[in-house]
Design a protein around this ligand. Structure first.
Ligand code: ADP
Ligand code: ZN
Ligand code: ZN
Length: 825
């Protein structure tokens, strides 16, 4: 009999569900003691007993969810409420729960991933006593413990750990928050990371009392006149007229002639201030697209795929729809691909909407991220724009979610919670009854398939805004130059001629090759063995500047003067080609030209990308050689030639999306040419001139690509005709990895037994060694599970991985689940 406990629960009636930030999949129920009841609300963190430990968890609502573990005998109290205000709105909890279930990830860890680092107030808060606190200390109001705290803080500010040490007893956050609410103490966050203050500029305004102007110096008169005739001006602006304006303004301010105030300025990645823009007149096509989509706002959930060729003005459509959403009082979330710098899209949103824009991306410091997060949570910002993690922006409600370049691979998070932000955008839109817009010049096969089966609507932009035709693309068959020596193999005569012509016209050229380094394949000239990474079983690449062979997967490095590990020969031949070699060739072939390179090797220092793009923009570079870093999003009107050195590099990856990636990459890089008023040209060198991915990229014709590709996908039952889950097994010990992979494989076969529900509905591939069988000394195996029945696929994976029947994994073995995997390497 357990009457006492039962009674206890009935009396409290306050049992909540808590997701702990540990790798456990259930939420747990806890009771809330009376003194914490007013503080315990969803979205806050709580301290709870868990086994023998005390852990942090997120309060996700009242108890009673079917996933909750409730045992009335066992129910325990919450120990503390850590936050003063919720970290995320309650309306996001169903979204988090959906993610946890779909991606098979513990709810507490889903929430942990969603929140920006630096929200961890408890570690960094500084407590300071206020005037009211000093007064209260002498009054009868505080409790004995509160008095002790106040008198300790009266000696100086302290963190909570420090405070507990000084007074030699524990203090709960609940108590601290209550004392703060009464105004006795202040709780400030000390962000450890360097906090970057917003840039401000001093503006000058004239004071009414005009001194007799003959008492002013000539230069002061100039300043005064400018201010009187043009209104307030900034100090930098005044400096352009009077070089010593800064000092003069200070003197004039002292004399009471002018007043000075600070104004925040937003800057683009180039450090130039962002001026407010005036919306241009829409083209007919843009107006049509807007008029189709704007009425959908506030009318329930819908997804529209906006297919618009490069340079067709998709961003302007996003801006108009954002305006329409704001007019209806709806919040807007904009996702952009993670590129090396904040995107042009962000710049343009800032120019149009100024203060109402919050940004969230990896380029921000922890403090900045935290500030931006709060601005959204407090509804100070109604537009959030950022890379994939921005999908978690703490909007209570959203009316419009835009995903720019929806095909982009950077929306897929690898490792940890492996989510796809593009897919989550549609899910979140459904939760908020919002409109989702997926835009791209090269829509993913998945998204266009959703259009073809009626799940998504579509709108399209088929012409460039500047009425330029798409760049003319000429393919050059590399097979013809296979026997040429040296760099001639890669810089063919047609490419060289076009570059020369571009330089003669005073224009810029972009030379694209999706491989870094100097030579891709060092091979022993004696025995023919390629030099491979000792950790990853992948060819090494020569990096000439570092004078070393390097592995691109784990960073392994080996001196360039190495001998062959198989036969000891010193004759290492270099085959293949990387960006560094192309850059060298450009300098040799065009000695007059200013050549620069953009890849992960040259762009390591903070700010280096910005500086390089600045040089490109200000025409200090004639030829830019680069990897896919140059393919994305940039808009430089003087680039009239794009050269693709070898289009085949991505085509031969062991991955069913290799064709799709190749098509998208080539079409996007070709789209960089001819964005100004000069038409663009593209030279596309390839060993496979008749491959349909390459032919379709030539015409930027994603429908032609899709129509071919979809047939292959269907024949082989690949997505979008099925869904996949990749189970990855890795260990430093090759035998353990193999044994565990086989054990899981055995489990698969048991689950697939002829009398079970999965028979004939689920297909299991593997276990197999992963194509990259070793990365950073870890041996990797994978099992691919595939099925057209989504729910059944998930049930199968749950049984396989989470069920207790699963073979126990040793400590050295890591098993991860990747739902809808993107990279099958
Ligand atoms: P996309 O994203 O489709 O590649 P953008 O939105 O970057 O294209 O537009 C290409 C260029 O055209 C940009 O420089 C943009 O400012 C300009 N643009 C877009 N719409 C208009 C318009 N209606 N009138 C004039 N210029 C426009
Ligand atoms: Zn390696
Ligand atoms: Zn050898």
């Amino acid at each position: 009999m357990i009457p006492v406990k039962e009674n206890l629960i009935i009396h409290h009636r306050h049992i909540v569900s808590v997701a702990v930030a540990l790798p456990v999949h259930d939420a747990f129920s806890y009771s809330v003691p009376a003194h914490l009841a007013p503080l315990a609300c969803p979205g806050k963190r709580v301290l709870v007993p868990f086994g023998r430990r005390r852990v942090t968890g997120y309060l996700v609502g009242p108890a009673g969810e079917p996933t909750d573990k409730i045992d009335p005998m066992e129910i325990k109290h919450i120990l503390d409420v850590l936050d003063d205000t919720p970290l995320f709105p309650e309306t996001m909890i169903p979204f988090f729960k959906w993610i946890a279930a779909y991606y098979m990830h513990p709810l507490g860890q889903v929430i942990h991933t969603a929140l920006p680092a630096g929200l961890n107030l408890t570690d960094i808060a500084i407590l300071t006593i206020g005037e009211a606190g000093v007064a209260a200390a002498a009054s009868p109001h505080p409790s004995p413990l509160e008095k002790i705290v106040l008198s300790a803080l009266a000696k100086g500010p302290a963190g909570i750990k420090q405070l507990q040490k000084v007074i030699d007893q524990p203090v709960s956050w609940a108590l601290i928050h209550q004392m703060r609410q009464r105004g006795w103490i202040q709780v400030d966050r000390q962000i450890k990371a360097r906090q970057i203050r917003p840039k401000t500029v001093r503006w000058v305004t004239v004071k009414e009392a005009t001194p007799a102007s003959d008492r002013l110096s000539v230069q002061r008169k100039i300043i005064r006149n400018a201010l009187e005739t043009e209104g307030d001006l900034s100090v930098p602006e005044l400096k352009t007229r009077v070089p010593t304006a800064a000092a003069l303004v200070r003197a004039m301010q002292k004399a009471g002639q002018v007043a000075v105030y600070e104004k925040t300025v937003y800057r683009d990645p180039f450090g130039d201030p962002i001026e407010p823009d005036i919306p241009p007149r829409l083209t007919e096509e843009q107006a049509e697209a807007v008029s189709v989509m704007a009425p959908l706002l506030g009318q329930g959930f819908k997804t529209v795929l906006l297919a618009g060729i490069t340079g067709s003005g998709k961003t302007e459509v996003y801006l108009r729809l954002t305006q329409a959403a704001l007019d209806k009082g709806l919040g807007v979330l904009v996702l952009v691909p993670e590129i090396a710098l904040i995107s042009q899209t962000e710049r343009r949103f800032r120019a149009r909407f100024g203060e109402t824009v919050a940004v969230l991306h990896s380029g921000l410091s922890q403090g900045e991220r935290y500030d931006q997060w709060l601005r959204i949570a407090k509804a100070d910002a109604t537009i959030a724009i950022g890379a994939r993690s921005c999908i978690f922006a703490p909007f209570g409600d959203v009316g419009l979610i835009i995903v720019d370049e929806e095909h982009d691979a950077s929306y897929k998070q690898e490792g940890g919670l492996s989510y796809n932000a593009r897919d989550l955008a549609v899910v979140r839109a459904r939760h908020h009854n919002a409109l989702a817009i997926l835009g791209s010049a090269t829509p993913s096969v998945q998204s266009w398939y959703n259009v073809s089966v009626g799940k998504y609507e579509t709108a399209s932009l088929t012409r460039r805004v500047n009425r330029q035709p798409l760049p003319a693309i000429q393919t050059v068959d590399l097979a013809h130059s296979r026997d040429d020596r040296g760099i001639r193999r890669y810089i063919t005569a047609p490419l060289q001629q076009e570059i020369q012509k571009t330089l003669d016209d005073g224009k810029q050229a972009l030379i694209f090759l999706n491989r870094r380094g100097f030579a891709a394949f060092p091979i022993c000239g004696q025995c023919g063995q390629p030099l491979r990474c000792k950790n990853c079983d992948i060819s090494l690449t020569l990096h000439k500047r570092a004078n070393a062979f390097r592995c691109h997967y784990c960073g392994f490095s080996k001196a360039a003067v190495s001998t062959c590990p198989s036969c000891g020969s010193e004759k290492i031949r270099l085959l293949g080609v990387g960006t560094e070699k192309i850059q060298e060739a450009m300098t040799q072939l065009f000695p007059e030209a200013r050549v620069a390179r953009m890849d992960r090797d040259t762009m390591t220092r903070k700010g280096s990308v910005v500086n390089l793009l600045k040089d490109l923009k200000h025409r200090r570079i004639d030829i830019l050689v680069g990897t896919q870093m140059v393919a994305k999003g940039h808009d430089f009107p003087d680039i009239t030639l794009v050269g693709v050195v070898c289009a085949d590099l991505t085509l031969n990856f062991p991955d069913f999306r290799a064709g799709e990636r190749t098509f998208q990459l080539l079409a996007q890089v070709a789209g960089r040419a001819g964005r100004g008023d000069q038409p663009g040209r593209v030279i596309l060198q390839t060993y496979n001139p008749n491959h349909f991915s390459i032919l379709a990229a030539k015409d930027q014709d994603f429908k032609a690509f899709y129509n071919q590709e979809i047939g292959f996908r269907k024949a082989l039952g690949y997505p979008p005709f099925s869904r996949m889950i990749a189970v990855r097994i890795s260990s430093k010990d090759s035998k353990q990895a193999a044994a565990h992979a086989r054990a899981l494989g055995e489990n698969c076969r048991k689950l697939l037994a002829a009398d079970g529900p999965y028979y004939g509905r689920i297909q299991v591939m593997g276990p197999l060694e992963a194509p990259l069988s070793r990365i950073a000394k870890h041996h990797r195996w994978q099992i691919l599970i595939k099925s057209p029945h989504t729910a059944m696929l998930h049930r199968f994976a749950y049984e396989l991985i989470l069920d207790h029947r699963a073979a126990p994994a040793g400590r050295q073995i890591k098993v991860t689940v990747d739902v809808d995997p993107f990279f099958l390497m």
